[in-house]
Ligand binder design. Structure first.
Ligand code: PLP
Length: 430
């Protein structure tokens, strides 16, 4: 498999774009390769500029639950485009979209559209802080909520600690109100609440962690989180940017039967165009400008093209809920195939799966927290990724990302992936 044109483009790109990419993980750095440049995509496949094709398990990092350039979703987009690309003045589809989301998520009475998941979480926190008139927030180690300053914090290995900025350029002052707790460890949260519960504005969490591979929550952990936040008048924010409309139509909150106070969305609700959204109880959302005083705005928010793609995607999911069972069955088959491979090769690897979300970890299980995830052999994952790519399978170019499936992944894609995975694992563990 040749990557001549990709390499050329990458050299050129590096001259003008930091690292040659517009989002770091695209550089394939952690898997020790130069990135492939994509020319087009259809269904479950992406095609690079050298004419190679790959079964795609990135799916644009989650938005494309109906596969690439889905004809049904694209139908009519030209007409929308020809009517105008953006007005900065309200449109009907924004109302339809908001109604659709609030109907799907009983915990969300009102919703505000933004342009990315980062904006959604950043804005939700601002509202939660204004609502509670408190400053401190809790996040969890290994959960990613976009790259706004206050959330760009990593914790000291598995312990409770005040935030240390993960990135230079984040002022210490911006994160000193960010407290990091341990995912799936309710005691780490209760200890903080016992000391300073009355000062905590919000707890933000990925209800199923999807940014340290896939780590499902213990149900009791989420339930106790709900209880303690309620007891202290703290706003519980579910970051469902990945899980929203993916784990189930009603997201993780439907699966676990827990109602947060606020929810953040992104990815699927844009159908592949840039969208995010945050919403919640009416009482809280009424804080947002122009009804309330919490300022939050966006030149392109509620963009008609993005709304069209997102609306059609959600409608398709709403009218075809069997899609969730179908995707789960594919994920189950992948899990089963991966596990068979692991057993045959007798290697230390683990598969986590919940519904249609899964991840192959290069470490002995169980994988329940960020500490467990940190044990993964990323070097071996790099070899695995490269071998998979050679076999026409595009896995996420980092160990700590989940595998994204779509309706367009066919049985033959899945079987080919399991077979390639056996060969790639064998080489990685040699
Ligand atoms: N929240 C979660 C759970 C995410 O996975 C991501 C991105 O992957 C974000 C927030 C940030 O979204 P965006 O990249 O659209 O800013």
């Amino acid at each position: 498999m040749e990557h001549i044109r990709s390499k050329k483009l990458y050299e050129e790109a590096k001259k003008y774009i930091p690292g040659g990419v517009n989002s770091p993980v695209r550089a394939f750095k952690s898997v020790g390769l130069d990135p492939v440049f994509i020319e087009k995509a259809k269904g479950s496949k992406v095609y690079d500029v050298d004419g190679n094709s790959y079964i795609d398990y990135i799916c644009s990092w989650g938005p494309l639950i109906l596969g690439h350039s889905n004809d049904e979703i694209l139908d009519g987009i030209e007409e929308v485009l020809n009517r105008g690309t953006s007005y900065g003045i309200p449109t009907e589809i924004e109302v339809k979209m908001a109604k659709l989301i609030t109907e799907a998520y009983p915990s969300v009475d009102m919703v505000r559209m933004v342009n990315s998941g980062t904006e959604a979480t950043m804005s939700a926190l601002r509202v939660a802080r204004a609502y509670t008139k408190r400053n401190k927030i809790i996040k969890f180690e290994g959960c990613y909520h976009g790259h706004s300053d206050a959330l760009l914090v990593k914790s000291g290995s598995g312990t409770l600690t005040y935030g240390v900025p993960t990135s230079p350029g984040v002022p210490k002052g911006t994160v000193e109100d960010t407290i990091v707790c341990t995912y799936n460890d309710i005691e780490s949260v209760e200890n903080i609440f016992n000391e300073q519960g009355e000062e905590i504005a919000a707890v933000i969490i990925e209800p199923v962690a999807g940014n340290m591979g896939v780590v499902p929550p213990k149900k009791e952990f989420l339930e106790r989180l709900r209880k303690i936040t309620k007891d202290y008048g703290t706003v519980l924010i579910f970051d469902e940017v990945i899980t929203g409309f993916r784990l189930a139509y009603g997201g993780a909150q439907e699966v676990y039967g827990i109602e947060p106070d606020m929810t953040c969305f992104g990815k699927i609700i844009g159908g592949g165009l840039p969208v995010g959204a945050y919403g919640g109880k009416r009482e809280i959302m009424k804080m947002v400008s122009p009804v309330g005083d919490v300022y939050q705005a966006g030149t392109l928010s509620g963009n008609p093209l993005a709304m069209y793609m997102g609306y059609k995607t959600i409608m398709k999911l709403k009218e075809n809920k069997h899609i969730y069972d179908e995707i789960e069955n594919k994920a189950k088959r992948l899990e089963e195939g991966f596990k068979e491979n692991i057993n045959k090769l007798d290697i230390d690897a683990e598969v986590n799966r919940i519904k249609g979300m899964l991840c192959l970890f290069f470490a002995e299980g169980p994988i329940k927290s960020y500490d467990d995830v940190s044990r993964c052999n990323t070097k071996k994952y790099g070899i695995y990724f490269r071998e998979m790519l050679q076999r026409g399978v595009l896995m996420p170019p980092a160990q700590f990302e989940g595998i994204f499936l779509s309706t367009e992944h066919k049985d033959e894609d899945i079987e080919k992936t399991i077979k390639a995975s056996y060969e790639a694992l064998k080489i990685a563990y040699e």
